[in-house]
Design a protein around this ligand. Structure first.
Ligand SMILES: [Zn+2]
Ligand SMILES: [Zn+2]
Length: 129
């Protein structure tokens, strides 16, 4: 069995699993800042490796510019940013996540008060590829 991570929203109404997480990184774009209240720490996972295990009926989608954003309609937890082939899944919901961040994207739009404190690669906009 591949590595499976379980995520739970703040109210516990929505649960999901991701398999074969590809990377952990931060998005500093202004949309993620507004969506989460800061930068979005997310796990990159192929869309077919994400599945809800509980509460899918509570999930609502906000059609944000560039990528739809899915969240719990009961507690408001950010769940994932739908980029099509991959999802950017909010890292803070997965208690057993144990990966080192490997990138920062959209750093050109970073909040001035957010100090990057790790040595992960930084990209002004999207990472290449
Ligand atoms: Zn919830
Ligand atoms: Zn973003």
């Amino acid at each position: 069995m591949a590595d499976v991570l379980k995520g739970t929203c703040l109210c516990g109404g929505v649960e999901y699993e991701v398999e074969d997480a590809q990377a952990l990184g931060y998005c500093h774009c202004s949309r993620c800042q507004r969506w989460t209240g800061s930068s979005l720490a997310g796990v990159v996972v192929a869309s077919e490796n994400f599945r809800f295990t509980k509460g899918e009926d509570l999930v609502k989608t906000y059609e944000s510019e560039l990528a739809p954003r899915n969240f719990c309609s009961n507690c408001g937890s950010s769940l994932y940013d739908d980029l099509g082939a991959v999802y950017f899944v909010a890292a803070g919901l997965m208690q057993d996540l144990d990966m080192e961040p490997s990138f920062h994207q959209q750093v050109a739009y970073k909040a001035s008060w957010h100090q990057i404190g790790d040595s992960a690669a930084q990209f002004d906009e999207m990472p290449p590829g």
